[in-house]
Design a protein around this ligand. Structure first.
Ligand code: M6R
Length: 606
């Protein structure tokens, strides 16, 4: 992960770099740093902790200069210490910031140490700084220096380099980690994504894998992996230039939970054709080609994929497999029965999901992306985007992007079912009508903040918690468990209700919280028996479902009621109390809700 920034222009760059780092804080927040060149000297400031720590340091010890680089870190190699924070400075000559992992750093470090170079950090990134210092001291100019260093390193990277010998030049490169270059008449800015620069310029060029560039305030020279000059398109980005605020909410997550009615309405609109029918934004030809689908995703997006599988199989009769992205691209999946790969990603930058969809493309599948950030790498690489219109999601825990992904997936299932004749028009209209009621129903669900608070107060003292669900509610149980563990650090697992007696029931003991999603459909009777088994062993039973569904579980200790809906749509409405439960438990425990420990919003390292 990590976010990098570089600026060269005619303005003092300290505030510009801090402003861009602020917009990249979702990528990591262990430590941060900035380096500039002023009066032929590199000035360096680094701190452990959030960006606010760096800002505080810089107030006391400002830096000057019109060229600089900045970094926000999510630790991979080496603990969270000032020594390991970026920029890494070598011989007062070269400073670098890096996102990614230099996979052959052990060999390189040995080679450099044998030559007498002294390392001051435990990071893989520091080898880059030494390599640049070495080649520049040998007299190589920026293009040659980049070429020489890139010929030695392996792995994923985007980096920016300052050298005292070239005080008006930024050297940058990328492979597998994103890097955008924003340009205007008198400055250039580089960053891990375009949101970090949209307040300065909308004219952006994205480097491709293995590209490198030499940048001054007046010139941008890009080279491809074969060391040939390369022309890369300049695109106008549409990302919001404003720094998002919490609009009076305590946390971004709380705000984003409340934004779900809008996120869902906008997503339904994007999935509606001119005749008012649901279309998933795809023409009939594209739908007709979908004979076998693989859904690729990570984390919360993976649970959306699993719910999508139930819908697509049930409504459209099209076979679907769901693959965890980080596993898929290292396997040899047999794709002969598949036509289509759909990657699901909020950020559009998760490296695992990106690698997985590239793998699917190499296998000859048509590629689609259900993506929230439209100026992202995945959006640019897939054949077609099915957008979620959730708006920027800042809280690390995904909320509104998840429910918007579900909306896209059910629209796709309906469109496919209509196209291939598996779904009759009346049922399609019924589901569509039900879907149109979801934003209002989620609006009403906001009263659950009050009713869930006492439950969260009990849950906060637990060490472990089980989430159960059957059928389409099983992946929702996994998502509920993920939300609780990432926010409150309470161990939580999601199980298929029917799987409990095959092993997990051994975990049951008096007082263990068991959160169960229940439905009114044919699976209800079986879920009740499974819950009875948990109750008989002393479990603290919390059920989430419609009034009719929870009425079936008279022995539950706590009941969380969601608005009435078609059982098929329960995962969308059921997600909201799960988010609120996790949010309030974390709030009552006092954990860092928007930036939980060890996590980052966008996971750009393998
Ligand atoms: O941006 P993506 O949807 O590709 O991210 C995938 C996961 O990293 C993400 O959903 C993660 O699990 C969230 N922290 C869940 O709240």
């Amino acid at each position: 992960m990590c976010g990098i920034v570089g600026y060269v222009g005619n303005k003092i760059c300290q505030e510009i770099i801090l402003g861009s780092l602020e917009r990249l804080e979702y990528r990591g927040y262990d430590s941060s740093g900035i380096a500039t060149i002023y009066n032929d000297q590199i000035q360096l400031r680094r701190t452990v902790g959030k960006l606010s720590e760096l800002k505080a340091k810089i107030i006391k010890e400002p830096v000057s200069g019109t060229i600089g680089i900045g970094h926000i870190r999510w630790a991979t190699h080496g603990g969270v210490t000032e020594q390991n924070a970026h920029p890494h400075l070598v011989n007062s000559e070269v400073a670098i910031v890096h996102n990614g992992i230099i996979e052959n750093y052990v060999e390189l470090k040995k080679e450099l140490t044998d030559k007498g170079f002294l390392f001051s950090s435990d990071t893989d990134s520091e080898v880059l700084a030494h390599l640049f210092a070495y080649v520049i001291e040998q007299g190589l100019r920026p293009v040659e220096a980049l070429k020489a260093v890139l010929s030695k390193i392996e792995g994923a990277y985007s980096f920016a380099v300052l050298s005292k010998s070239y005080p008006g030049t930024l050297m940058v490169a990328r492979n597998a980690s994103p890097l955008a270059i924003g340009i205007s008449d008198d400055m250039a800015i580089v960053a891990s994504d375009a949101t970090a620069m949209a307040h300065l310029t909308r004219q952006v060029t994205y480097l491709k894998d293995n590209d490198y560039a030499v940048i001054t305030s007046k010139r941008l020279d890009i080279y491809n992996g074969k060391n040939e000059p390369a022309n890369r398109e300049v695109v106008k980005v549409n990302v919001s230039p404003v720094l998002l605020d919490k609009a009076g909410f305590k946390h971004y997550m709380e705000k984003e939970i409340h934004e779900q009615p809008d996120a869902i309405s906008h997503t339904i609109s994007a999935m509606t054709d001119v005749n008012g029918g649901l279309s998933a934004g795809l023409d009939l030809q594209s739908l007709a080609k979908m004979k076998g689908i693989v859904l690729l995703a990570a984390g919360t997006s993976f649970y959306a994929a699993q719910i999508g599988r139930y819908w697509i199989e049930r409504l459209a009769g099209v076979p679907v497999v769901c693959e965890i992205a980080s596993e898929y691209h290292y396997r040899n999946p047999v794709a002969s029965h598949q036509t289509t790969a759909i990657v699901i990603s909020q950020s559009g930058e998760s490296i695992d999901s990106l690698m997985a969809i590239r793998h699917a493309k190499n296998l000859g599948l048509e590629t689609f992306g259900i993506v929230n950030v439209l100026d992202s790498t995945i959006s640019r690489e897939v054949d077609k985007i099915l957008p979620t219109r959730a708006g920027p999601e800042i809280g690390v825990a995904s909320t509104k992007a998840f429910t918007a992904q579900l909306v896209v997936l059910i629209c796709l299932a309906i469109s496919l079912g209509r196209q291939n004749g598996s779904l009759d028009v009346d049922k399609a209209v019924d589901i569509h009508q039900g879907l149109l009621k979801i934003p209002g129903a989620i609006g009403k669900s906001m009263t659950l903040f009050d009713s869930i608070l006492p439950i969260a107060n009990q849950l906060k003292n637990s060490h472990s918690c089980l989430f159960l669900g059957r059928d389409i509610l099983f992946p929702l149980a996994c998502e509920g468990a993920l939300k609780l563990k990432e926010l409150s650090y309470i161990h939580a697992e999601g199980f298929a209700s029917g799987e409990m007696k095959h092993g997990p029931i051994a975990l049951l003991e008096k007082g263990l919280p068991v959160v169960s999603f229940v439905s009114e459909d044919e699976s209800a009777r079986k879920s009740i028996s499974n819950l009875k088994e948990a109750e008989a062993r002393g479990g603290f039973i919390i059920v989430i479902g419609t009034q009719t569904a929870v009425n079936l579980i008279d022995f539950a200790t706590e009941k969380i009621i969601i608005p009435d809906c078609d059982p098929l749509l329960t995962p969308i409405l059921g997600a909201v109390p799960a988010q609120i439960l996790a949010y309030l438990t974390a709030y009552e425990k006092g954990t860092d809700i928007d930036q939980p420990r060890n996590l980052a919003k966008s996971v750009t390292v393998e």
